[in-house]
Design a protein around this ligand. Sequence first.
Ligand code: UGA
Length: 470
Amino acid sequence: MRIAIIGTGYVGLITGACLAEVGHQVICIDIDEVKIKALRAGKIPIYEPGLDEMVHRNVSVRRLAFSTSVDEGVDISEVIVIAVPTPPHTDGSVDLTYIERVAREIADSLKQYRVIVDKSTVPVKTGEKVADTIRRYNRAGVEFDVVSNPEFLREGSALTDLMEPDRIVIGCNSERALSIMKSVYAPFSAPIMVTDVNSAELIKHAANSFLALKISYINALSAICEASGADIDKVADGIGADKRIGRSFLNAGLGYGGSCFPKDVAAFISISEQIGEPFNLLKEVQRINRFQRVRFVRRLRDALWVLKEKRIAVWGLTFKPDTDDVRNSVALDLINDLIQEGARVAAYDPKGNEKVQKLNLCPGVHLASSALNAVQGAEALVLATEWPDFTSVDFAEVHRQMHTPIVFDGRNLLDPNTMRDLGFQYYSIGRPLSKASRNGPADRIIPIDLGIRSKYTRRKLRDEVAQRSR
Ligand code: UGA
């Protein structure tokens, strides 16, 4: 099928590449001429594993092209996908200016029947407004249908999420549009769920808010674990083994961030208020998320006494691993909290340094060239993003480089017993504190089954301890 995607941001570009990959003829459109020029020259503006190769592969076989003209896209494509940003207003409601403008542009160019698909995350009833707008601005009275087809891509695993989705939601009020949408998704083997347009729009906000709620639930539980001496990982395993609950998105940490959850929870609260059914539960989800970081800094302050002038290393800047995206990153908020208190922060991230530097997102931070460089002379190390790379750092060397070997693991990435055996004072989220034993780092034999997340780290650290005791 011939498909036009309007908006080559994260969602638009990845959707375009994947639809071309399964055999469709795709044209990706953006008003940003510089971006389109760069894409035509083979430069991919975002980091997403596998995306570079997929774009180049499909451009080279001429299934994927780039343009700045909505007119051209609407002219040659049966399906027009809207994937433009829907940023938040300061009160949390959604700014729909870009969607409205694209609807008018489509109306101007519409000469024959087209399916207009909304993929941007929008408040319920936006589809109706898009249809009204196109009807109003298209004076020729051309037939069209508006469909809602929300995306469920996670940054860092977006290509797999799109190529092998759990489900495809098509919100559609017409048989003609539905049959075209089924052809678009025919190459995918996922179940297709057909709903009305309003329900599909709600599914997206409800799904993201529910996932955020799961994270806040486990984070609130982590505070109870800290106060009672229980272990949040064991509690999460225990409740997550119940299929009705599920273990995923029950990893306690510093809280959720990124360009989706904070924005979508706020938007859902705002929509619920607008339609007269305030969703107050979600306000508590937000509060717990904010407070998780505050609680963490408080514990750091308790351990170090005064933060002013303390040298603190922070590993992680991005809102999660496998992305260079630092939007609404809890790691950045945390660094700014520490700098505000007068701490001297050296930070390192495998992919995020450049953006933080370029946009000056943490004024006063020193961006280190490696994880080991960041910890030189540090009085505490904070792990703020769960990059797997951090599990393979040489922790014996980290211990040697630090001034005082105190580690605050904000993502429960490391194993408490192993850290203690290497001589660290190790704090994590919702797990008992691990203090180095009095006889020094190498006086203990690490038990085989530590339940550590990374087998590689466990083996590496065990070898290291064995070598030290020799
Ligand atoms: C999220 C959803 O997972 C996608 O399904 C959705 O399509 C996307 O938003 C969107 O609306 O476009 P994403 O923001 O890429 O995807 O990231 P997630 O993997 O969901 O993580 C979000 C945040 O939650 C991260 O800061 C992560 O560290 C945190 N998180 C996640 C936890 O703190 N604990 C967990 O157990 C899981």
